[in-house]
Ligand binder design. Structure first.
Ligand code: ARG
Length: 487
């Protein structure tokens, strides 16, 4: 029905369905309508279409925003054709001019960028809410002794607050990439037309400002072909998925009966259909595995984008839904993790046991070096022997003194003093360096991170206000025309 031009025959219905993007165009429906409103304004500004008709067209487009047309008829190929056909029904002269200087190639990428900007802002905001929950937990558990591992072997006493804070720091770093992706998406390709620009005198800066973009793209071939901004968005989402996946993995491990360091409340655990004693950490198993889905989306889109000569081809169409899928996955994962974090319970006895001697024995070596000037390597060897005796359960006052003699150390150190040096609370409070697990320093660091969050919140709020202002103005002016016209 829309195929005039070179082709005479109707498009085969199966071929139409097969190549249509309608089933995932819903996400950009509103943005496409807004792009059309902006384009109509441009044509009017250029004196190409008369104001009364432009106003009439805008009114119908505005109505479409409130009552979106159905995207069910595959013969229309995509949302752009639907909008054009709908408008043509009511204002045929403008419907027929809608593609003057505007191709689906520049319109689609403009609409994707517009929608992506909105989605990135709300995702960023949700990341901040999650981060907030993590930081609150970090503060609440800043004194809660918790072991940290290297090679998954007990390495040092720390606190659960320290562990939580590490995730907040990772996430805040990842958000810096998200802001870059936002900036990359914040340029309007509209006016690039199909591939090389157009002879229609369109004021691109004007349409960009109407749509809330801060600048226009610089090359029509690049802006209609490139989906690099989508790959960047997916990379960034994958990075965030990686962080949530590590956290989830850790929660799976630490909640297992072997570790039993933390406990999920029952609302977030499932039991087995056959083994009633089971308490399975299913929420974090699913969130851990979302990374694989994200990687799949990133990989497939990268390959789709790679198999391209420059200039639009329909392969690019298939990239778009992957972006929305990835956002959807990450939104729901964040939502679950935000709910879960505050309810994590720490099994304090188990954590204390995991941190008890010899876990903190490096502090014995440090003490001998700092206090008694014993070269660290020698102190380390002595501490190593002590830890062996502790593991074998055979350390007593006598053996300690014998070991000291063996190592030629005659420093005064009783068994009580030795054990006290490794006492988990004492150890964590003895950490001096900025960034360490010392509870006081962690609390300071958490406060700094909270200030970082405030900065991030200001950034999102500012971008949201600007974008909403521009889009509401675009929608609002249409309303204004509507009331003027209906008078
Ligand atoms: N549905 C297409 C997409 O999502 C729009 C552009 C189609 N362009 C074309 N020349 N067939 O990318």
């Amino acid at each position: 029905m829309h195929r005039r031009g070179r082709i005479e025959h109707e498009f085969d219905i199966d071929a139409a369905k097969y190549t249509s993007s309608l089933h995932f165009d819903k996400e950009i429906l509103e943005s496409v309508i807004l792009v059309n409103i902006a384009h109509v304004r441009l044509l009017e500004k250029a004196g190409i279409i008369p104001s009364e008709l432009a106003e009439k067209a805008e009114r119908y487009l505005q109505e479409m925003l409130a009552k979106p047309p159905s995207l069910d008829d595959p013969r229309y190929e995509d949302v752009h054709m639907v909008i054009e056909a709908e408008l043509t029904k009511y204002v045929p002269q403008i419907g027929a001019s809608l593609a003057l200087g505007k191709s689906r190639n520049d319109a689609v990428v403009t609409a994707i960028k517009l929608r992506l900007k909105e989605r990135l802002l709300s995702f960023h905001k949700n990341c901040l809410t999650f981060c907030d929950a993590v930081l609150r937990k970090a503060l609440a558990e800043s004194e809660t002794i918790f072991p940290v591992y290297t090679h998954l072997q007990r390495a040092a006493p720390a606190t659960f607050g320290f562990v939580m804070h590490s995730y907040a720091v990772r996430l805040i770093k990842a958000l810096q990439h998200l802001k870059v992706v936002y900036e990359l998406s914040d340029e309007s390709p509209l006016g690039s037309a199909a591939v090389a620009g157009t002879s229609v005198p369109l004021d691109r800066e004007y349409s960009a400002s109407l749509l809330g973009f801060s600048r226009i793209s610089q090359n029509a071939l690049e802006s209609t072909t490139s989906r690099d901004f989508i790959i960047a968005a997916l990379s960034c989402l994958t990075l965030i998925a990686l962080i949530l996946s590590s956290l989830s993995e850790e929660l799976v491990i630490f909640s297992s009966e072997e570790f039993a360091l933390i406990e999920f409340p029952e609302e977030f655990s499932a039991t087995s259909s056959i083994m009633p004693q089971k308490r399975n950490p299913v929420v974090v198993e699913i969130s851990r595995t979302k990374l694989a889905e994200l990687l799949g989306l990133l990989t497939s889109t990268t390959v789709m984008a790679a198999r391209q000569a420059s200039g639009y081809s329909l392969d690019l169409q298939q990239i778009t839904p992957k972006l929305w899928q990835a956002l959807e996955i990450m939104e729901e994962t964040l939502h679950m993790m935000t709910k879960l974090i505050p309810s994590l319970k720490i099994n304090k006895d188990r954590c204390m046991a995991a941190c008890s001697p010899p876990t903190g024995i490096v502090e014995v070596a440090n003490y001998l070096s700092l206090k008694h000037k014993i070269p660290f390597r020698d102190a380390h060897a002595f501490a190593g022997r002590i830890s062996r005796l502790l593991y074998e359960g055979g350390l007593n006052e006598n053996l300690l003194q014998k070991t000291k003699a063996e190592f030629n150390t005659n420093i005064p150190l009783t068994l009580d003093e030795l054990m006290n040096l490794m006492e988990p609370k004492r150890v964590v409070h003895s950490y001096m360096t900025v960034g360490s697990a010392n509870p006081e320093l962690v609390r300071h660091a958490v406060k700094d991170s909270m200030m970082n969050l405030e900065e991030e919140k200001r950034w999102v709020r500012n971008k949201m206000v600007n974008l909403e202002y521009a889009l509401n103005k675009l929608k609002g002016q249409s309303c204004l025309r509507k009331t003027n016209n209906s008078k």
